[in-house]
Design a protein around this ligand. Structure first.
Ligand code: GLN
Length: 480
């Protein structure tokens, strides 16, 4: 049952092959027996009661397509009455008083939330090792990282602990863990999905998206997640197409660009080999491959690591020990309260970024750092604009390497390099996707697809056509 895709589960529920309650109980058993640490909270009681409600709705003929489908929710989305920690000690005791818009939308479909998934603290990281709740293990090799920051979600879907999960991607946090865990991950165009109630890391970059087994499932889930929200002024007031309707087109004649800058020094040969194999596959389906250039992409990493920390230092200033979140014991005075609550509540990486951001935004440095980074961001966007005049889609690696050993990457800058191929997509606000494309040394490798703004249909269809021809997305780790 747990190897079924969301599309197959929808059919199974409709045909009464199983009830939502049976399904939910099955996944809960799997989660409870798992040692991957993929979940921060397991919401067993709520899930069982949601499943019973869903079954009732189905029997009464009052259901929608996703009614009764279980899912795992990244612990960055506010969930009313349920702990929402963002992977931080700061929010370890925070019970959200309201639902994020994404949560609400999934609830409106009468879906079943199995629990909240583990993540790097405030979504800062590429390995899930920055979580206050301990690292997540990669289900393909438990000595390896699952990627981050949506590592719990990726591991849960890969290990079939949940049919799909939500994720967020600020610089690669959906695509990179999807690649390292061998699942499909979609980061939509900035503004496609509401950020309301999604704990903010870097507001001009953050975007939610689905993490699934297949592109078809990603289309089904995106239908439910996407759309304008009056609570988020950056959400786009743009009609949501039915993303499942675009999965039938041939890729014959599709123009695919391969940026020469993506074949840089750090790219592992095993990853490059799979990338080239996948490109051949597209070629055999009739796509035209063209070398393109994104010359400013070499500046994406330094620009991102100014913009993201600046925005995070501002966003995280709300955690002051006064209104909600962690408060230190016996503060001497107000300053001591701020100082110790933040020093004790935040982890090392989060503090590093707050300090970098506060420094870069301070008087006298703003022009040299923040403003400069914004200009670089513009150049990166223009590069993409030019390339999308020549090609329909860009393809490249997701991560330069396969999953690495837990604890093996010790200095922050080496960790930042994990997202070298994904960051520029967020800086330009574009949609990007990772799909399973093969294995290197028994570990999964993803292929990245990047589209122009609002080209989710094209991306999903290109991914779906690949998945009709290959079965990489069907592989699951031993024991699952
Ligand atoms: N690894 C990147 C960072 O730490 C991206 C994280 C993300 O997309 N949330 O900022």
């Amino acid at each position: 049952m747990h190897n079924l895709t969301v599309a197959e589960l929808i059919k199974g529920l409709k045909n009464k092959d199983f009830s939502s309650l049976e399904l939910t109980q099955h996944y809960l058993n799997r989660i409870n027996n798992s040692e991957l640490n993929a979940f921060i909270s397991i919401t067993e009681d709520e899930a069982l009661s949601q499943a019973k409600d869903a079954d009732k709705k189905i029997t009464q003929g009052d259901s929608s397509i996703l009614t009764g489908i279980p899912y795992a929710h990244k612990d960055i989305f506010c969930t009313k009455g349920v702990k929402t920690s963002a992977g931080s000690k700061m929010l370890d005791s925070f019970i959200s008083p309201y639902d994020a818009t994404v949560t609400k939308r999934l609830n409106n479909e009468n879906m079943v939330m199995l629990g909240k998934t583990n993540m790097d603290e405030f979504a800062m990281g590429s390995s899930n090792e920055n979580s206050y709740f301990g690292p997540v293990k990669n289900p393909w090799d438990v000595s390896k990282v699952p990627g981050g920051s949506s590592g719990g979600s990726a591991a849960a879907v890969a290990a079939r602990l949940s049919p799909f999960a939500t994720g967020t991607d600020t610089g690669g946090s959906i695509r990179q863990p999807a690649s390292l865990c061998g699942i499909t991950g979609l980061k939509p165009t900035y503004g496609r999905i509401s950020r309301y109630g999604m704990i903010a890391y870097a507001s001009s970059l953050d975007q939610a998206g689905p993490m699934t087994q297949t592109a078809e499932d990603a289309a089904i889930i995106l239908n439910a997640m996407a759309g304008f929200d009056k609570h988020d002024s950056t959400s786009a007031n743009k009609a949501v197409p039915d993303y499942t309707q675009c999965l039938k087109d041939s890729v014959n004649g599709l123009k695919i660009g391969l940026p020469k800058e993506y074949f840089s020094e750090g790219l592992e040969s095993g990853v490059e080999k799979i990338l080239m194999q996948s490109i051949k596959e597209y070629e055999s389906m009739g796509a035209e491959i063209k070398e393109v250039s994104l010359p400013s992409s070499i500046h994406a990493l330094p620009a991102y690591y100014i913009v993201a920390p600046c925005e995070c230092s501002s966003n995280l200033s709300r955690f002051d020990g006064v209104r909600y979140g962690y408060r230190c014991e016996d503060p001497k005075d107000l300053n001591d309260l701020y100082l110790r609550s933040r020093s004790e509540g935040f982890g090392e990486e989060v503090k590093r970024r707050i300090m970098i951001g506060a420094y870069a935004l301070s008087a006298g440095y703003y022009d040299a750092f923040y403003l400069k980074a914004q200009k670089v961001r513009q150049l990166i966007s223009e590069d993409f604009k030019k390339v999308f005049k020549e090609v329909d889609l860009i393809m490249g690696p997701v991560s330069p390497t396969v999953a690495f050993k837990l604890g093996s990457v010790k200095d922050p800058v080496s960790m930042y390099l994990a997202d070298i191929y994904t960051l520029s997509v967020n800086l330009a606000g574009l949609p990007g996707m990772s799909i399973p494309a093969g294995f290197s040394g028994n570990l999964p490798v993803g292929l990245q697809l990047i589209g122009n703004h609002w080209s989710e249909e094209l991306l999903l269809n290109a991914a779906h056509q690949f998945q009709m021809r290959t079965d990489w997305h069907k592989h699951s780790p031993a024991g699952s």
